[in-house]
Design a binder for this molecule. Sequence first.
Ligand SMILES: Cc1ncc(COP(=O)(O)O)c(C=O)c1O
Length: 423
Amino acid sequence: MSKRKQYRPTTRLVHGPEHSAKWDFSHHVTPPLSSSTTYRLDSAKRGSRGFMEFGQHVSDLGETPVYIYDRLDEPTRSILEGELAGVEGGECCVTFASGMAAISAAIGCLMVPGDEIIAHPMVYGCTHSLFTNWYPQRGFKVQRIDMNDLDALRAAITDSTRILYFESPTNPTLQLIDIAALRELVDDVNAKRSEDRKLLIYIDNTFATPFGQRPLEHGADVVLHSLTKNLGGFGTELGGAVICPEWMLATLLLYRKDFGGILSSKSAWAIMVYGLPTLALRLKRQQYTAKKVAKWLEAREEIAQTIWPGLESFPQYELAKRQHRDFDGDFAPGNMIYFTPDPKLVSAEAFVNYIAQEAYSLTLAVSLGHTKTLIEMPASMTHSVYGGGSGGQSIRLSIGLESPRDIIRDLGTALDAVKKRKK
Ligand SMILES: Cc1ncc(COP(=O)(O)O)c(C=O)c1O
């Protein structure tokens, strides 16, 4: 019996597996970083066994697998995958070179031409580009329906619909999708479907992370992550992950082997050694700061709207409290804020430009879930592929680990400096 199971996720993410058959490092306090593209095979028989067994689930308790070649499987990445599946409460995990590689693989390994995906209208810009620029050309049908409009969704689902796809919270607008409500609808649809044509719920959980939301508990089938963000946490590694049911594992691993978008062992190591053990600590601190910053923004007359799921004014506050719970069961509204200056009082662009030039505690940069507070304008940057549709004057803020007082002071100085004089 594993002692580890008695410990809370926060502790488990610090220590990892007690022992892993994937690699014997029982005398290392920190797991070593493997960096071998290929593996010595003692015999041709061992080589052929490795190829035959490829695609099977490798557990920490089983036999050491036959490693053959890094693109197929390797120990550091595999241990990270075990950690990610465990913390999301899923059966398996397959990592990728980036979040986009994970998203395109999780969809691509399931869909065949003629199949359809229904996606929420607002998603990360490159995901939107995948749906609008690439999939229609490849014979994948795409519909965009508000996932909270269950009647419209029910009416839109056809026999060719395979996937319902969304982010919750959405990037950048922080809208939430009620996962349990979707589950009910999907169960209804699936009652009349064969096993191999079940409709699946895919959620990109990058913003919340498993610290703040475990979508499988609410009824999702597949969870996606950009490890580049909160899970990596330090802004040094690109990566992505798919947490999936066991029946999907072999197909997803084959897809990764043949399309080749693997996570490098060096990135896997950094995410496992730095990112995961500090996840709870970073997110708690960033949320504490986000609360102070969001309340401060909400009280400023120059700011027309402040969106943060922990504010009582948040339109889906009740759903936020239900869906966003941390490892201890406490409310976890996250580290992302979305706000819109009142254009009569402040030009958003002038405000952001002032910050880019003068603020020490905030950095004008895309990405999020970093140790540093990052600010950007989605409509003209991360979501420009929408053509301005995501709110031209709105600003996305990803709270870092700085002192909240400094962030607020820098925001205040910038607002005062660019405030239009009232006539
Ligand atoms: C919600 C979300 N999903 C996926 C991605 C893509 O991740 P990556 O940049 O690691 O490919 C991003 C990137 O910003 C994101 O914000």
